[in-house]
Write a protein that binds this ligand. Structure first.
Ligand code: ADP
Ligand code: MG
Length: 634
C-alpha cells in the first residue's frame, strides 16, 4: 500500500489530479455546513448578477439563485451519480465477466452474446433510449449510464479471467478440494481486482461526463435540482449576455473529469506490475557510461584479446547505489579460457554484461574503467559499432536457453537470423550453415531438429542450440554465463567437451562464468575469483586449486564435495556476503574470515602479486610469509 502511494506521488500528473480531486471531494462533503444560500431559492430581483457581487461570489443565474451554492450542490450530485453508476456497472459487469470467463462454454456464450447485443448500439443512443423508456430523472439517468457501461467491464474482466482460469494454480486449488465458489472468491477475484479498479478509475470520469450530458439534454436532474449538466444546459441560453452562468459549471466539469482521469491513469500505471517493473522506461540500447575520466590503456595488456581495467558498474535504484562491479581488471589472451568464479550475487553476470554494454540502463551505470577488445576501447565506440560487434566478435551463451530462445520460432530460423544479421548470405546458404552448426554442437539429426520449436528440445539440446548460435559468426571471444548450471552432469560434460573442441579447432577465447570449481578445473587455463564485486584472486587454475592464497578461495574450494573421499566433508562458509549498497571498509570478506585481524578492516586492500603469474587481494596471503612489496599493482 505504501509503495502504491509512493508510486502515485512520484507520478506528478497523477499526484496533481489526486490532490485536485481530494480538494473537490472535501469541498462537496462539507457543503451542507457551509454558510451558503439555499441553492433553489429564486430571487428574481437579483437575477443574472455578475461574479464577485455582494453576497454572491460567483453571481446569480436567470432566476436569481446563488451560483456558488448551486455549483457545490450540483458537483455533489454529479460526483455521487457518476461514482454510483460506475460502482453498479463495475459490480454487474465484473460478475458477468468472471462467471463467463471462468465457466466458459455455453455460459460464456450466452452471457457474452447478451453483452454483444448491448454493445451493438452506440452507447449514448442506448442511454437516451433507456431514459426515454424509464422517463427522465436523475435515478433513471444513473441506471442508463450504468447499463451502457456494463459491457466495458464484462469484456475486460472476462478476458483477464480466461487468461488465468486455466493456469496451474487454479488446478492446484481444484486439486486441494475447493469448490467453484471458493475458487472464484479466493483465487480468481484477487487476480482480477486490480483490473476492475483500473477499469473503474479510467471510466468514472466518462460516466460523470455522460451523466452531465443527459442532464444537459434535460433527461437527468429535473428543475429545481441542480447538477453540473443541468446548470450547463440552463446557462447555454444566456451564453452571450451572462456567460458566467454556463462557464462556471463547465469549468467544474472540466476540473472534475480531468483530475479523475489523471489520477486514473496514475492508478493504472501503479497497479500494472509490468509498467511498475519498468516496461515504460525501456532499457537503453547501451548501458549508460559516466566515467569520471578516460583511463589510459595499460601497456602490459597490449597483446591481449580482451583487457578489462578497473571496471566499475553501479545500479542506481532510487537514492541507493549498489556497487555490483567494483574495480575489476583482467585480461584474456587469444585462445585462452578464463574462469570467473564466485558465489551467487558476487557480480559475475554484471561484469560479463558490462563488457558489451548489455547491463540494463536504468538502473545500471558504468562509472569507471576500460574494456578493450584487441586494443579498441569498447566503452568509447559509437553504438552502431558496438551493435555490429555483438554476436559477431563477441557472443554470449546464457544459463537458461529456454529464456534466450524465442518460443514461437523454429530453432533453425533463429540460427538463420543470427547468421544473416552479420553475414550477407542467401537464406538457403544460411540454412545449410545453420544445420551444419547444429551438427557441430553434436545435435543428432540436425536437419530435422532445425525444423522444431524450442519446447520440443530437451534442456541439454537447447543449450547446444544456444552455443551453436554463439558460434554462428565465428566469434573471437565467447562469454558463457553459467551455461551448464541447469544441466545434468553427463550433458554438462558433453558441453564442456564441445567448448574445448571449439577452442582447439577455431582458436576461440572463452570467458567462462561458473560457481563450480569442478568445471573450472576441467576447462579453464586461468581463474579469477570474485567476491562482492571485486576480484580477490587471479592466476593459473592448477596453482590456485592446489595452493589458494586468499582465505575465501580456500573456503570456496573446501565447499566442493569430493567423490570417494567420505572423510572430506564440505564445509559451508559462515555468514553472508556484504550488501552491495553498504560495502565495508577494508576486505569485504573479513567478517566471514577466520584469519581476519584489525588491519583487514582498514583502508583499501590492493590486489598484490604473490608470484609471477598470480595476484591476490589479501594482506596475509596463505602460504606466503610477507608479500613482496615491489609487486604491487593497482
Ligand atoms: P552473479 O555473480 O550471481 O552473476 P550478478 O552479477 O547477477 O551476480 O549480481 C551482482 C549484484 O548486482 C547483486 O548484488 C545483484 O543484487 C545486483 N544486481 C544485479 N542486477 C541488478 C538490477 N537490475 N538492479 C539492481 N541490482 C542488481
Ligand atoms: Mg549470474
Amino acid at each position: 500500500m505504501m509503495t502504491f502511494i509512493t508510486l502515485i506521488a512520484r507520478n506528478r500528473l497523477a499526484a496533481f489530479g489526486g490532490v485536485m480531486l481530494l480538494l473537490i471531494v472535501l469541498l462537496v462533503l462539507i457543503t451542507p455546513w457551509l454558510p451558503l444560500a439555499d441553492p433553489n431559492i429564486t430571487e428574481t430581483a437579483n437575477r443574472l448578477m455578475p461574479p464577485l457581487s455582494d453576497g454572491h461570489p460567483l453571481g446569480t443565474d436567470a432566476l436569481g439563485r446563488d451560483i456558488l451554492s448551486r455549483l457545490l450542490w450540483g458537483t455533489r450530485i454529479s460526483l455521487a451519480v457518476g461514482v454510483a453508476a460506475s460502482l453498479v456497472a463495475a459490480l454487474i459487469g465484473s460478475m458477468i465477466g468472471i462467471v463467463a470467463g471462468y465457466f466458459g462454454g455455453r455460459t460464456d456464450n450466452t452471457l457474452m452474446r447478451g453483452i454483444d447485443m448491448l454493445m451493438a448500439f452506440p452507447y449514448i443512443l442506448l442511454a437516451l433510449a433507456i431514459v426515454a423508456v424509464l422517463g427522465p430523472g436523475l435515478m433513471n439517468a444513473l441506471y442508463a449510464i450504468a447499463i451502457v457501461n456494463i459491457p466495458f467491464f464484462a469484456r475486460n474482466i472476462r478476458g483477464v479471467t480466461v487468461g488465468i482460469a486455466h493456469r496451474e494454480f487454479i488446478d492446484a486449488a481444484r486439486l486441494s478440494g475447493k469448490g467453484n465458489l471458493r475458487i472464484l472468491a479466493s483465487e480468481i477475484l484477487p487476480n482480477v481486482l486490480p483490473v476492475i479498479v483500473i477499469t473503474m478509475s479510467t471510466t468514472v470520469g466518462w460516466m460523470i461526463l455522460e451523466t452531465a450530458g443527459l442532464s444537459f439534454l434535460g433527461l437527468g436532474a429535473q428543475p429545481p435540482q441542480a447538477d453540473l449538466g443541468s446548470m450547463l444546459g440552463e446557462g447555454r441560453k444566456m451564453m452571450l449576455n451572462a456567460p458566467h452562468v454556463a462557464t462556471v459549471p463547465g469549468l467544474m466539469i472540466f476540473l472534475v473529469v480531468m483530475s479523475i482521469n489523471l489520477l486514473g491513469d496514475g492508478i493504472r500505471d501503479a497497479l500494472d506490475p509490468r509498467l511498475k517493473s519498468g516496461a515504460l522506461s525501456r532499457p537503453a540500447p547501451f548501458t549508460r557510461i559516466r566515467r569520471r575520466h578516460k583511463p589510459l590503456p595499460d601497456p602490459t595488456n597490449d597483446d591481449a584479446l580482451l583487457s578489462v581495467e578497473n571496471l566499475q558498474t553501479d545500479f542506481e535504484v532510487g537514492h541507493d547505489t549498489y556497487q555490483a562491479v567494483n574495480g575489476v581488471s583482467f585480461a584474456i589472451q587469444p585462445n585462452e579460457c578464463l574462469g570467473l568464479v564466485g558465489e551467487s550475487g558476487s557480480g559475475k553476470s554484471v561484469t560479463a554484461l558490462s563488457l558489451l554494454g548489455l547491463v540494463a540502463s536504468p538502473p545500471g551505470v558504468i562509472t569507471d574503467g576500460r574494456v578493450a577488445l584487441a586494443g579498441r576501447d569498447l566503452l568509447d565506440l559509437p553504438h552502431g559499432d558496438i551493435r555490429r560487434l555483438r554476436g559477431r566478435d563477441v557472443s554470449y551463451v546464457f544459463q537458461d536457453p529456454l529464456a534466450t530462445l524465442h518460443p514461437l520460432f523454429r530453432v533453425g530460423d533463429q540460427l538463420v537470423e543470427a547468421i544473416r544479421q552479420h553475414q550477407p548470405m542467401s537464406r538457403a546458404d544460411a540454412r545449410t550453415r545453420a544445420v551444419s552448426l547444429l551438427g557441430q554442437v553434436r545435435i543428432p539429426n540436425p536437419a530435422h531438429r532445425a525444423e522444431q520449436y524450442p519446447h520440443e528440445l530437451s534442456g541439454g539440446m537447447r543449450q547446444r542450440v544456444g552455443i551453436a548460435m554463439a558460434l554462428a559468426n565465428d566469434p573471437q571471444l565467447i562469454i558463457a554465463d553459467e551455461p551448464t548450471t541447469a544441466l545434468d552432469v553427463t550433458v554438462q560434460a558433453q558441453i564442456l567437451a564441445l567448448i574445448q573442441n571449439l577452442r582447439r579447432e577455431k582458436g576461440t577465447a572463452v570467458l567462462f562464468i561458473t560457481h563450480d570449481f569442478g568445471v573450472v578445473s576441467q576447462i579453464c587455463d586461468r581463474v579469477a575469483v570474485m567476491y562482492a564485486g571485486r576480484i580477490v584472486e587471479i592466476g593459473p587454475t592448477k596453482t590456485i586449486l592446489e595452493t589458494p592464497r586468499h582465505p575465501y578461495t580456500r573456503r570456496l574450494i573446501d565447499c566442493v564435495p569430493r567423490l570417494g573421499e567420505p572423510d572430506n566433508e564440505p564445509v559451508a562458509i559462515p555468514g553472508l556476503p556484504p550488501a552491495a549498497d553498504a560495502l565495508p571498509e577494508g576486505c569485504a570478506f573479513a567478517e566471514r574470515c577466520d584469519l581476519a585481524e584489525d588491519a583487514c578492516r582498514q583502508g583499501n586492500i590492493e590486489l598484490i602479486a604473490t608470484d609471477t603469474d598470480r595476484q591476490v587481494r589479501c594482506i596475509k596471503p596463505l602460504g606466503i610469509p610477507t608479500p613482496s612489496p615491489q609487486g604491487v599493482t593497482r
